[in-house]
Design a protein around this ligand. Structure first.
Ligand SMILES: Cc1cc2nc3c(=O)[nH]c(=O)nc-3n(C[C@H](O)[C@H](O)[C@H](O)COP(=O)(O)O)c2cc1C
Length: 226
């Protein structure tokens, strides 16, 4: 099983998104998967020009020559595509958006309607299973609404107030969540289906009391920094 992973956090290994990704990767490697992880900020990925050259002039090939030259074939050969992104402005980061836009050449120009939704057929025979990890600062899962809507069929691993991972009591509180991510990596690496009881554990929701504690702790810290 080949896993290709991209972290869209500019904080790379210093951030919390990477902790979630590495937890999944650790599980997958234990189960024998071959994993390659990249930090998108280190890659040369130019912005889509909207020229449609990859549709009409050189089908499947973009005008840009950059790291997407190896990323696109690698995605088409991967079994699992793992993306990690912090939430910036309730959305994925621009690093992730830039990479996603450049996968446009994977689609064929025709339009088709599948189950009432218009779409383009894929140019590549098999698209890898998608796993989407996202972290955010606020304690509410509503910050992930956009990420969830982006790829509704992906496996979503969502952690609000991910700064808790840098505190010992926070890490302890989230130990069951981290365990579920590791187990998901193990199961997906051997092609096992994920039971709903497991996917439910991949999204952290805090109680109102916990949210208040998080907000108070944040405001206290913020006052001390100003
Ligand atoms: C420019 C910017 C915008 C952000 N916007 C949001 C937001 O809309 N909602 C939210 O909950 N957190 C927001 N955050 C907080 C980040 O999502 C949070 O710090 C995240 O866990 C960082 O991931 P990392 O540790 O992997 O870098 C924002 C942070 C930055 C720097």
């Amino acid at each position: 099983m080949k896993i290709l992973a991209f972290n869209a956090s500019p904080r790379k290994s210093q951030g919390t998104t990477d902790i979630l990704m590495d937890t999944f990767i650790d599980g997958a490697r234990k189960a024998g998967a071959e994993v390659e992880k990249h930090h998108i900020v280190d890659l040369d990925i130019k912005g889509c020009l909207g020229c449609f050259t990859c549709w009409w002039k050189t089908p499947g090939r973009c005008v840009h020559r950059d790291d997407m030259d190896w990323i696109l074939p690698s995605i088409s050969q991967a079994d699992i595509l793992l993306f990690g992104t912090p939430i910036y402005g309730r959305n994925v980061t621009n690093y992730m958006q830039r990479l996603l836009e450049r996968t446009f050449s994977f689609s064929l120009p025709e339009m088709q309607n599948i189950n009432g939704e218009s779409t383009h057929p894929a140019r590549i025979p098999n698209f890898p299973h998608l796993v989407l990890c996202a972290t955010c600062g606020f304690p509410d899962v509503s910050n992930f609404n956009h990420v969830r809507a982006l790829y509704p069929t992906a496996v979503h691993i969502l952690l609000p107030s991910s700064q808790l991972l840098f505190k010992n009591d926070g890490k302890e509180l989230l130990s069951g969540f981290l365990e579920a991510i590791n187990l998901t990596g193990q199961k997906m690496a051997v092609g096992e289906e994920l039971p709903v009881s497991l996917t439910k554990r991949l999204v952290v929701e805090y109680s109102d009391e916990m949210k208040k504690k998080i907000i108070d702790a944040h405001n206290q810290y913020s006052t001390s920094r100003l």
